[in-house]
Design a protein around this ligand. Structure first.
Ligand code: TYD
Ligand code: MG
Length: 457
């Protein structure tokens, strides 16, 4: 049997058995069990013997860079977020709220990787449920090489892995796993840590990539996945509003790629569908003559997309005006309103302002500022903005419109999608070949100008 010990999470005090109150710091319920010595037997044989060499210090110049083998996940959206596919021997944590579609995504992945043996371990659903779900899904390329195992004991799972020798392992979910080295219940912090460490060992010694599913609550506070972030190589967050069909995969941490990429999926009756052209879904269908809408050319990672922003400005009925923003930071919106108040002589202080970004997407790119300001101005004056017009610019506190990164990518996306006018910072105009595009570029230096340009005066 492995040797375990109990440690206080607060002060690090050690004890042989669990205690409710820490005798050294006086905190309650902080003792956790941890494995300090493992049994030697029951190791899994390495698939790639090279990985089990004894470690020796090497000169950095002598290390030859190996091409990291990557597995195609079958979804180009997911491949991009992972940095170009699933890296051999990597361990990926997929976190998200319950019911968002984590099991669906990874089951689809298991069915989509071609010619590879995949082991899908479920501690949450029975094989019947999984079969029913698989029958709903349209991706069925790999059904003959996708194995299902309903098991929660890690030692049992490792035995099956040894027998089956899969090319990819999926664990649904890390909270249901139980290692027999620890007595604590499945889902407790020490179990989650221990089980993740065991799978990390598996991934590193056998080069089999492992996906772990982890549930988190809305505020992201549930102990589970957060404490795993430093153990795993990649943390993917699966998010989306349940009322919209769209789901977004984002890398929060990635040892094998950038964390700024974003993959978009749509949940249908037959599983998740990749959304390869996000602009088409983020611009809602609307009448051209309604005020308060403006379209922004933003970048998420390396991908430009057009997102619609909507504002509603109305007289405040009660003393304190209401401010609300969906998909955008409310403090930043208040800042934009203050600038508008000062620079454009808008009495927005006595108005309710509501802001909404289409598609339930949270945008952080500051280039969306100009579109938000335009939407607010449009709603305040009740003059509609032409639907073929878009915006990309950041607004400073003095009302100056600042240049944004990689403007050419944004311009060509807008051009490609048939926009006819684009408002941007005059500082962004340097070095742009206007003739390359059909779209008319309108440089703006100060926020006052945009008002004149848009609504004439
Ligand atoms: P699920 O993958 O079970 O979520 P998680 O593993 O993150 O808890 O997905 C659950 C939701 O997705 C469920 O409410 C039903 C819906 N769904 C569809 O809309 N279409 C489908 O094809 C499938 C399989 C699920
Ligand atoms: Mg699930």
């Amino acid at each position: 049997m492995a040797k375990t010990n109990f440690y206080c999470r607060n002060c690090g005090a050690q004890a042989a058995k669990w205690m409710g109150k820490c005798p050294s710091c006086g905190e309650w319920n902080t003792f956790e069990e941890e494995v300090i010595e493992r049994e030697k037997k029951g190791k899994i044989t390495a698939k790639h013997p090279g990985l089990q060499q004894k470690s020796t210090p090497k000169l950095i110049d002598d290390i030859s860079l190996l091409e990291i083998p990557r597995l195609d996940s079958g979804f180009s959206e997911l491949n991009r977020v992972l940095g170009g596919g699933i890296v051999a021997g990597s361990i990926v944590l997929l976190g998200g709220e319950p019911g968002i579609g984590k099991s669906t995504l990874l089951l689809q992945l298991a069915l989509a990787v071609k010619g590879k043996k995949v082991l899908y371990v479920s501690g949450e659903e029975s094989d019947n449920q999984l079969k029913m779900r698989a029958d709903r899904l349209t991706t069925k390329g790999n059904a003959n090489a996708c194995y299902i195992l309903t098991e929660t004991a890690t030692q049992e799972i490792f035995k099956h892995i040894e027998e089956l020798q899969p090319d990819l392992v999926i664990i649904d979910s890390v909270q249901t796993l139980q290692s027999n080295l620890l007595d604590s219940a499945a889902g407790s912090i020490s179990q989650i840590k221990e089980c993740a460490a065991e799978f990390q060992h598996l991934a590193k010694t056998t080069a089999i990539p492992v996906f772990l599913i982890g549930h988190i609550t809305k505020d992201g506070s549930l102990a589970g996945p957060k404490i795993l972030e430093h153990i795993v190589d990649t943390v993917l967050q699966f998010e989306g509003d349940r009322h919209y069909g769209y789901r977004i995969v984002r890398a929060i941490k990635n040892r094998f790629g950038s964390t700024s990429e974003l993959g978009i999926f749509e949940m249908n009756n037959n599983g998740l569908r990749e959304v390869l052209n996000p602009s088409e879904i983020l611009i809602s269908q609307r009448d051209d003559d309604s005020s308060g809408n403006a379209i922004a050319a933003v970048l998420e990672g390396n991908r430009p997309m057009m997102i619609e922003t909507q504002a509603l400005v109305s007289s405040a009925v009660y003393g304190t005006p209401q401010r609300s923003a969906t998909g955008y930071d409310i403090r930043r919106m208040n800042m934009l309103l203050a600038v508008l108040e000062k620079r454009c002589q808008f009495k927005l202080g006595a108005k309710d302002v509501f802001l909404n970004i289409a598609g339930g997407i949270h945008v952080e790119d500051p280039a969306i500022n100009l579109a938000i300001v335009a939407a607010i101005l449009s709603s305040a004056t009740d003059i509609a903005i032409d639907g073929k017009c878009c915006f990309a610019g950041e607004m400073g506190l003095n009302g100056e419109i600042r240049a944004v990164a990689r403007i050419e990518q944004r311009i060509s996306e807008a051009d490609k999608l048939g926009f006819t006018k684009m408002f941007l910072s005059k500082y962004n105009m340097k070095g742009i070949e206007k003739n390359k595009y059909q779209i008319e570029l309108i440089p703006i230096g100060k926020i006052e100008e945009i008002f004149k340009r848009l609504f004439g005066e």
